[in-house]
Design a protein around this ligand. Structure first.
Ligand SMILES: O=C(O)c1ccccc1NCC(=O)[C@H](O)[C@H](O)COP(=O)(O)O
Length: 209
């Protein structure tokens, strides 16, 4: 199976183009103001203009007001919502868009519970649990906590980079992987060669199947 790759936290048009050229299946825009990777609605709408066909535009939110999600959806042609906070299943499901839910993994059972609670999602993203942080931390977690039975597509995130992602894909066999800090020069500023190396590493492992 071909492992999908999402590059998250883009803020510049040249990075959007470089991610697409490197072969990213999806890109993510952060609508969460405390994040150094956050973009305004206007900036995101502009960034999407440089996104070619067949690349999924994802909007990332952390405990947003309903009005923010609705305002973003009315101005930015997103393909997918990513809820990265403590949003309820009903809240996530109440917008006219497909969505994935992020779960910060701390203990055995966290992922199984999330699969049950968020069963209407289009995928479950598993990320590291870090105190007082919702994501984009560059930290990984114990992949042994990931169950082999997966009722939804599982997207592995947390501290991945070109030198670790091959091992991650080999061990976890996720539907997709998600990376932010591992392909950056500084927060929100991506590095074209790092994105290419990352994606090539993922597909190198895919080819050994
Ligand atoms: O990027 C952020 O600043 C951020 C802030 C709050 C919630 C989520 C955030 N980002 C999520 C991601 O970029 C990724 O889905 C994931 O957390 C992996 O990030 P990284 O460990 O940096 O690869």
């Amino acid at each position: 199976m071909r492992t999908r790759v999402k590059i998250c936290g883009l803020t510049r048009p040249q990075d959007v183009a470089a991610a697409a050229n490197a072969g990213a299946d999806a890109v993510g825009f952060v609508f969460y103001e405390p994040s150094p990777r956050s973009v305004s609605i206007e900036a995101a709408a502009e960034l999407l203009r440089s996104l070619p066909a067949f690349v999924v535009a994802t909007g990332l939110f952390v405990n947003p007001d309903r009005e923010l999600v609705e305002r973003v959806l009315s101005k930015v042609p997103l393909d997918l919502l990513q809820f990265h906070g403590d949003e309820t299943p009903d809240f996530c499901n109440s917008f006219p868009a497909r969505w994935i839910k992020a779960v910060r993994v701390r203990a055995r059972g966290d992922i199984e519970r999330a699969f049950q609670d968020y069963h209407r999602a289009s995928g479950l993203l598993v990320d590291a649990w870090v105190e007082d942080k919702y994501g984009g931390t560059g930290q990984s977690f114990n992949w042994d906590l990931i169950p082999s039975v997966r009722p939804l597509p599982l997207i592995l995130a947390g501290g991945l980079a070109s030198d670790t992602v091959a091992d991650a894909v080999e061990k976890v066999r996720p539907w997709g992987v998600d990376v932010s800090g591992g392909v950056e020069i500084s927060k929100g500023i991506k590095h074209a060669a790092k994105m290419t190396d990352f994606i090539n590493e993922v597909h190198r492992v895919d080819e050994t199947d």
